[in-house]
Write a protein that binds this ligand. Structure first.
Ligand code: GDP
Ligand code: ZN
Length: 297
């Protein structure tokens, strides 16, 4: 690619609507989409980023700067960080009883949402599979109790209830593979498959490359980022002190322990432990919290 772009034309504003490795599609205000690389050795840009782009020619551009992000969703382990989406205002966590329900995955997504002070919605898909769904409902009843909306749908039947939750947000949809995320996206955005084709050809990647995130517009104020299916949501980047804030029902008790640096593991006179004894916090949540603190993963 010829990167001899004009130094006279000023950078123009746009938003990253697809990210694949270090290649990006940037949508400009006039709706034009440019295939872009990023200038210099900046650490990665991510779907949702507002950027300034220098136009080269033939639908190509170079990302010069990334605007400050209002929020950033990413996952990490001991060795690396993977950016998922930026500037989102709501996380949609897609789960289903089939192939399986992973409570720890949901917990981790909720911690990531709280950490960025973003709304979270849990979508239980495949409720047409009645018996398996029924078997996980008791575990799921925890979430509405602590303040999260739990929406039960079947992507194969009717997804209308989901649309009103998406409204007015830049949403990111997250889920382990097999939960029905693609089915949902294809129902919400009937054009999604064709959009994927366009993105793949613009980025010169294979049609079935699934490793990139894509942003779709539902209306002027409603957008959704489809992130690649993930199995593990590592939270290594969230320090121990902040992990407790990731558990929404712990909030009233934080700062009320005997020791100001209490990690709520086995310290004496711990307010969280007291809340468990008084049935104000579900012990499963404290177990997950402790697992995160101890594994620091
Ligand atoms: P993804 O990996 O999360 O993108 O999942 P897919 O959208 O590829 O769906 C995985 C499988 O679940 C496919 O065989 C879908 O047809 C099926 N599926 C998706 N939604 C539903 C649903 O609401 N009900 C049932 N019974 N199957 C579904
Ligand atoms: Zn404590």
């Amino acid at each position: 690619m010829n990167l001899e772009y004009s130094s006279v034309s000023p950078p123009i504003s746009g938003q990253i609507v697809a990210a694949f490795g270090r290649q990006y599609l940037v949508e400009m205000a006039n709706g034009e989409v440019l295939s872009c690389v990023i200038r210099g050795k900046k650490s990665g840009a991510v779907c949702g980023d507002n950027v300034k782009v220098k136009y080269i020619s033939g639908g190509q551009g170079v990302i010069e700067t990334i605007s400050p992000r209002s929020t950033l969703i990413y996952r990490s382990n001991t060795t690396c960080e993977k950016l998922i989406a930026s500037n989102v205002t709501q996380i949609i966590i897609v789960i289903s009883a089939v192939p399986s329900f992973d409570e720890e995955f949901v917990t981790r997504c909720l911690v990531a949402a709280e950490n960025q002070k973003i709304k979270a919605l849990i979508v239980l898909n495949k409720i047409d599979l009645v018996e398996p769904t029924r078997s996980i409902l008791p575990s799921l009843s925890l979430y509405p109790r602590i303040g999260y909306s739990l929406l039960k749908i079947s992507a194969k039947n009717d997804i209308k209830p989901l649309l009103s939750y998406l409204k007015g947000h830049l949403n990111v949809m997250i889920g382990q593979s097999g939960m029905g995320k693609s089915t949902l996206i294809n129902t919400i955005i009937p054009d999604a498959d064709r959009a994927t084709d366009r993105i793949s050809s613009a980025l010169d990647t294979g049609r079935h490359t699934t490793t990139h995130a894509k942003l779709y517009h539902l209306d002027e104020n409603t957008h959704i980022i489809d992130s690649p299916g993930i199995q593990e949501f590592g939270l290594y980047h969230i320090c121990n002190k902040d992990l407790a804030w990731g558990f929404i029902e712990f909030h009233p008790y934080i700062g009320k322990c005997k020791f100001s640096n209490c990690l709520h593991i086995n310290e004496p006179d711990c307010a969280i432990e007291r809340a468990i004894k008084e049935n104000k916090i579900d012990p499963r949540r404290l177990r997950f919290y402790r697992k995160l603190v101890i594994k620091k993963k």
